[in-house]
Design a binder for this molecule. Structure first.
Ligand SMILES: C[S@@+](CC[C@H](N)C(=O)[O-])C[C@H]1O[C@@H](n2cnc3c(N)ncnc32)[C@H](O)[C@@H]1O
Length: 339
């Protein structure tokens, strides 16, 4: 969650088209920046890259390329036809680029400016303050998919796995699992109203709404898990919980601190506040031998392992730790013991 670099770079490639610009991203009364003599997409990208660099905006070129491409209806600058890069833009397009770039000067993340972002090939609507899905979370989803595919199917079972996601945010994890596992169903929980409604909207956009139930719920509240009992025991719990150590919150980039919900990030003193609640409630909701997959901070595999040893009553075992694309231990697989 610390840097935008890998996120932008990871998604920089791959052609495709986006819809038009999102009205909500515009701000009236932005300072007018001189554009005289600039008219082509390439010139605009160079101009705004220079402005962003001067003002210390991270990923200056990527940001300006995304904005210009978006206004021209493309996903990436690289995917624009060469002719579109050099022909003059309309006054409306120039104005649009100026307004979106002004948002970037206010350190608004590109994902919120564009109003949509890709996660595992799904185009999701993004809106502040709902957490923007990070590329490493795609690796968590991959691991869950591997596990589900390898799992021996229970004879006579009609349905695919029933999955509980704690902290669904925009719906990135839940919806990518649903799209890859056609027989699965997901219960998606979040304490944020904005997150629940964005997951709902994204489920509708992707026509996955019939296999997902959204439940507004704070898992740290006493007995909250009882609201989930009507769905029956689940096969798997997955979560990318708030796990940032409280003292690290100050060091997060302005893009994160100013625009994303603190509740999506701050995990308390050792980042374990919500993680501990998920682990404590999981045995009440999981089937025997059910699995938990978590994304965590690199310091937390050790903390979680010690925490589980202190709670043998939960019958949970840390079975594997995986590293992210930067080589840091970031993903946990925990299993509930069988009968
Ligand atoms: C790091 S974000 C992950 C969002 C999404 N799953 C993703 O990976 O992009 C954590 C999410 O957990 C939610 N959350 C935080 N505390 C919670 C709690 N006590 N109960 C339920 N959800 C919570 C936040 O609102 C936020 O949407």
């Amino acid at each position: 969650m610390e840097s935008w670099g890998p996120m932008l770079r990871a998604l920089l490639s791959g052609p495709g088209r986006r819809g038009g610009t999102r009205g909500w991203a515009f701000r009236s009364g932005q300072p007018h920046l001189p554009l005289a003599g600039l008219s082509s997409a390439t010139e605009l990208v160079n101009h705004w890259t220079g402005v962003f660099e001067k003002r210390g905006i991270p990923e200056a070129r990527e940001s300006s390329e995304y904005i210009v491409a978006h206004v021209l209806g493309a996903k990436t600058f690289q995917s624009l036809r060469p002719a579109l890069r050099t022909q003059p833009l309309s006054p409306q397009q120039l104005q649009c680029i100026q307004e979106l770039s002004s948002c970037r000067l206010q350190r608004m993340p590109v994902q919120y400016i564009l109003g949509e972002w890709d996660f595992k090939g799904l185009s999701l609507k993004m809106a502040p303050p709902v957490f923007i899905p990070r590329p490493e979370t795609e690796e968590l989803v991959e691991w869950v998919l591997e596990e589900v595919v390898q799992r021996p199917r229970v004879e006579g079972a009609q349905d695919g796995p029933l999955i509980l996601e704690v902290g669904c945010g925009s719906g990135a994890i839940a919806l990518s699992l649903l799209s890859q596992l056609p027989e699965s169903r997901v219960i998606a929980v979040d304490k944020g109203e904005a997150a629940i409604s964005l997951t709902h909207e994204n489920a509708q956009r992707l026509r996955l709404q019939d296999r997902i139930w959204m439940v507004p719920l704070d898992v740290t509240l006493e007995g909250s898990w009882t609201h989930l009992l009507p769905w029956g025991p689940v096969d798997l719990v997955v979560s990318n919980p708030p796990y940032v150590f409280h003292q690290d919150m100050e060091q997060l980039a302005p893009e994160i601190r100013s625009y994303e919900d603190v509740a999506a990030l701050d995990g308390g003193e050792e980042g374990m506040d919500v993680i501990a609640h998920i682990l404590a409630l999981a045995p009440q909701l999981l089937k025997d031998s059910g699995n938990i997959f978590l994304e965590v901070d690199p310091r937390q595999p050790e903390l979680v392992s010690r925490w589980l040893q202190s709670r043998p009553d939960l019958d949970l075992q840390l079975v594997a730790v995986r590293r992210d694309f930067c080589g840091r231990p970031r993903f946990l697989h925990i299993r509930r013991s069988g009968p």
